[in-house]
Ligand binder design. Structure first.
Ligand code: ADP
Ligand code: MG
Length: 329
């Protein structure tokens, strides 16, 4: 079946029918009217963020698993809420769909989307649906909430703070590189690319304890994303290669090809949390119950120092925060 057989309104009805029940989530009115009607917990502020995903730029339809893609769209968007210390609550899905897209693929996409949304406790409450004359285009908006005094921005890092990151770095990029060159890739590593997890629980736990001075999610690689914190906070930083948390897969790959360390620096799409922390609060980390390891990788310095990388031999070099730039290729 094609979308044309179902029509726009049939399709929206299908989405509405698939959305899980939403009691207790503050959704007074979800999909189906001109607007959604939503309530926030008293005293909390609204956090919103939007991501665009375009076929051929962010994903390729020929090897994407549609269900995984639906889930990934949710996770990358929810990751922004996690990075502010919030909990995701509502999602909006804008779709521009090529007329010949198979309904089975769309259904799988929606299944992954809704399943992953439910995992994060978020409800799909609206969106828009159009025909695309070209690629599939997906716009996802998330709304989250958090107590106003617990929001963590990019701008609070101070010289002397410790720099921490969750999980391991570079796995998504390693998986992508290997998948693209046809290597066999273990499921666990492939999942780091196809099924990233937003670190919502960690973000909430850190924010609730009011520990981070600044926080961001690692979507474009540690150098680029730390670069955003440094710019916003007007500070510099010194990172130590030897402290970087790496998976066994990347560590093994480095034995043969040391240059692959670049993936841990600038690989992107890890969706780990990167945060700075006043050293006086560092001892409080030990008492937090977290579902993912966190590792200190460096120190915030004065702005004049820029971003420095210390290698295993203690040699220091200045690095540029290189991320993916859509308009520079
Ligand atoms: P309008 O013409 O007022 O924009 P639509 O017919 O586009 O209304 O949408 C009707 C309802 O369906 C709205 O509640 C809208 O949020 C929802 N909706 C439309 N497309 C999607 C989608 N892709 N995902 C989720 N909800 C959608
Ligand atoms: Mg509309």
């Amino acid at each position: 079946m094609k979308l044309a057989d179902l029509g726009e309104f049939g399709f929206i009805e299908r989405i509405r029918g698939a959305v899980a029940r939403s009691e207790g989530t503050g959704v007074c009115l979800g999909i189906g009217d001109d607007c959604a009607v939503l309530e926030l917990p008293p005293g909390q502020v609204l956090l919103t963020s939007t991501d665009l995903l375009i076929e051929e730029i962010h994903f390729r339809s020929d090897w994407s698993d549609w269900r995984a893609l639906g889930g990934k769209c949710v996770s990358v968007n929810v990751s922004d809420v996690a990075a502010m210390g919030g909990s995701p609550r509502h999602l909006y899905l804008g779709l521009a769909i090529p007329a010949d897209m198979a309904m089975d693929d769309l259904d799988a996409f929606l299944e992954g989307f809704l399943e992953t949304a439910a995992d994060y406790g978020a409800v799909l409450v609206g969106g828009d649906t159009c025909r695309s004359p070209g690629p599939l285009m997906i716009s996802v908006t998330v709304e989250g909430a958090a107590p106003a005094n617990q929001i963590v921005t990019r701008s609070g890092a101070r010289a002397g703070d410790a720099v921490y990151v969750s999980g391991t770095l570079g796995d998504s990029a390693l998986a992508l590189q290997r998948l693209q060159s046809g290597w066999p890739v273990a499921d666990e590593l492939a999942d780091r690319h196809h099924r990233p997890q937003a670190r919502v629980a960690l973000g909430r736990t850190l924010a609730e304890a009011q520990l981070p001075s600044a926080m961001i999610d690692v979507s474009d690689g540690v150098l680029a994303d730390l670069g955003h914190i440094l710019d916003a906070s007007a500070v510099g930083a010194r990172l130590e290669k030897a402290l970087f948390p790496l998976s066994s897969e990347l560590s093994q790959a480095l034995v043969e090809e040391p240059a692959l360390f670049e993936l841990a620096l600038s690989g992107g799409e890890d969706y780990e949390l990167l945060f700075t922390l006043p050293v006086a609060k560092e001892h409080l980390l030990a008492s937090l119950v977290v579902d993912v390891p966190i590792t200190r990788i460096g120190t915030v310095t004065a702005a004049e120092q820029g971003l420095l990388l210390v290698d295993e031999a203690g040699q220091m070099r200045s690095v540029k925060a290189k991320g993916y730039n859509h308009f520079r290729g």
